[in-house]
Design a binder for this molecule. Structure first.
Ligand SMILES: Cc1cc2nc3c(=O)[nH]c(=O)nc-3n(C[C@H](O)[C@H](O)[C@H](O)COP(=O)(O)OP(=O)(O)OC[C@H]3O[C@@H](n4cnc5c(N)ncnc54)[C@H](O)[C@@H]3O)c2cc1C
Ligand code: SF4
Length: 320
């Protein structure tokens, strides 16, 4: 590990000032410290943001909830009222890593975590995402990689919370250039669709402040399939949120994780679900729409039937 400076910020403004040009915000450190130890990320300065009290709260509200970027994943998992209002978000939180990781990992760090592609995470491999010349996964071992991408990199977004928050139509509020900016979840990741070096759309210096979640979809669910029961990322994940009236679906949003560099959504699938009965054949048709155009690679075609089953099960879980 190379030497770096370590400073603690106590406000949003000072965090940004202290960061300078080559600093990194440090929250729970689960992702960032691993990258520093493995020499994947270079840091001149770490700015510990955990002292910024304004980012640590969960604030319920009748129309929307606010969850601060420093709220831990365990706090989301254990919040009794949140579990009732946003069960899909609670389920996504409960599936992250292990209890020890969830105790320190934060919402902001989970959304901003870097690629888990094993070529990217190898200290000696300079792939396209690290501004090298080629993607090693394309012709290599791509069993954990994406079915969709807008560029050459096939590393998928693996944040559980990003997928659940996308289905819930949440807004990410960030601090950029001295003011608050609001991004949809799609906007928070859209840069990674086109740009192989991007993990998300945050620019250097952007500080995630909170997410705001509308309460208008009282039914939500999240399911994933992983190789291991815990301490592992998903192979494929799926979140859905909607209103149900007399067994029919309204305002539905479905999002898939681990199959695209962005939370995978298809507007035609959401539109198709509008007003439909919550039944197996409807869920299967939605799955067809969500997976149209999937491009499997040599080792990851298994993700297509897995995603299809997850979409069906997640949608049907909205009715339970
Ligand atoms: C064994 C293991 C299993 C895991 N399994 C899963 C899983 O199943 N699902 C899943 O979703 N994740 C999983 N993770 C990832 C884990 O959830 C993330 O590493 C963690 O949430 C990161 O949060 P942190 O607070 O520790 O972030 P840090 O490591 O402190 O930061 C991560 C990145 O985000 C930036 N950052 C942090 N906070 C902010 C902010 N407020 N604004 C802007 N940038 C910020 C940092 O600069 C850094 O680049 C796993 C991790 C491990 C080690
Ligand atoms: S998938 Fe992306 S991160 Fe992985 S080797 Fe290819 S360019 Fe690098």
């Amino acid at each position: 590990m190379r030497p770096f400076e370590y400073v603690t910020a106590t406000s949003i403004e000072t965090a940004r000032q202290l960061l300078g040009a080559n600093g990194h915000y440090l929250a729970g450190g689960n992702d960032l410290l691993g990258r520093l130890k493995d020499d994947i990320t270079e840091a001149v300065r770490l700015v510990n943001i955990k002292g910024i009290g304004a980012l640590r709260h969960i604030e319920p509200g009748p129309d929307r909830w606010q969850i601060g970027a420093l709220v831990t994943i365990a706090e989301i998992e254990d919040h009794a009222e949140l579990r009732k209002i946003f069960p899909g978000l609670q389920q996504a939180a409960a599936e992250v890593g292990s209890q020890q990781i969830r105790n320190v990992a934060t919402l902001g760090g989970n959304l901003a975590q870097h690629s888990r592609c094993w070529y990217y995470r190898h200290r000696d491999i300079q792939c396209l995402k690290k501004r090298g010349r080629i993607c090693y996964a394309l012709e290599g071992d791509n069993r954990y990689h994406a079915l969709f991408t807008g560029n050459v990199c096939i590393s998928p977004v693996v944040s559980n919370l990003a997928i659940a928050l996308t289905a819930l139509d949440a807004t990410a509020v960030i601090w950029r250039d001295g003011q608050e900016r609001r991004l949809t979840m799609a906007e928070l990741y859209e840069l990674a669709w086109d740009n192989p070096t991007a993990h998300h759309s945050l620019r250097p210096g952007d500080l995630l402040l909170r997410v705001e979640i509308p309460t208008k979809r009282p039914r939500s669910a999240y399911l994933q399939v992983s190789e291991k029961h815990s301490f592992d990322w998903a192979l494929v994940s799926c979140a859905a949120a909607a209103r149900l009236e007399n067994g029919r679906i309204y305002d539905a949003r479905v999002a898939l994780g681990c199959i695209s560099p962005v939370p995978h959504q298809v507007a035609a699938a959401n539109q198709f679900l509008e007003g439909k009965p919550l039944e197996r054949d409807v869920a299967e048709k939605a799955a067809d729409l969500l997976l149209t155009g999937a491009e499997p690679h040599e080792h990851n075609a298994y993700k297509i039937p897995m995603a299809r089953a997850l979409i069906r099960r997640t949608l049907l879980q909205l009715g339970t």
